[in-house]
Design a protein around this ligand. Structure first.
Ligand code: THU
Length: 137
């Protein structure tokens, strides 16, 4: 659980999911990032008629957070109506490894927000590509 409120973060992701724009897949995903200073930044997936342009909830939240000046992330919660919760895709794992390398990742099914699975970014993407300057720790 750590020194922050995990269920508050999960709840924020569930709220964010309500704003998912997913008319093609009908699979709404919500994400919420927690900064070291205690701020929560949320996102939801946005789909395009040109399907490949779709952006996952995790990346929407991360891009919002980064472009609002946040750099230190301690946790991210991801919610969808998915058994056991939605595991972040490979692209999101790469971005998390670059910009939130020490974050805990919580995934939960929107129908059972009290059953949260916990991972580390390193677990989700060991040996990530990082041959570029680091902007986060
Ligand atoms: N999606 C996310 O937002 N996050 C994930 O971790 C997995 C997939 C979205 C992308 C697309 O809008 C929909 O879920 C179906 O793939």
């Amino acid at each position: 659980m750590g020194k922050y409120n995990e269920s508050e973060l999960v709840q924020a992701a569930a709220e964010a999911r309500k704003h998912a724009v997913a008319p093609y897949s009908r699979f709404g995903v919500g994400a919420a990032l927690l900064t070291k200073s205690g701020k929560i930044i949320t996102g939801a997936n946005v789909e395009s008629a040109s399907y490949g342009l779709t952006c996952c909830a995790e990346r929407v939240a991360l891009f919002k957070a980064l472009t609002s000046g946040h750099r230190n992330f301690v946790a991210v919660a991801v919610i969808a109506r998915s058994k056991g919760g939605p595991m972040p895709c490979g692209a999101c794992r790469q971005l998390l490894a670059e910009y939130a390398p020490r974050a805990k990742v919580y995934v939960a099914d929107s129908r059972a927000l009290d059953r949260v699975r916990e991972f580390t970014v390193r677990e989700l993407l060991p040996a990530a590509f990082r041959d570029v300057p680091r902007i986060c720790d």
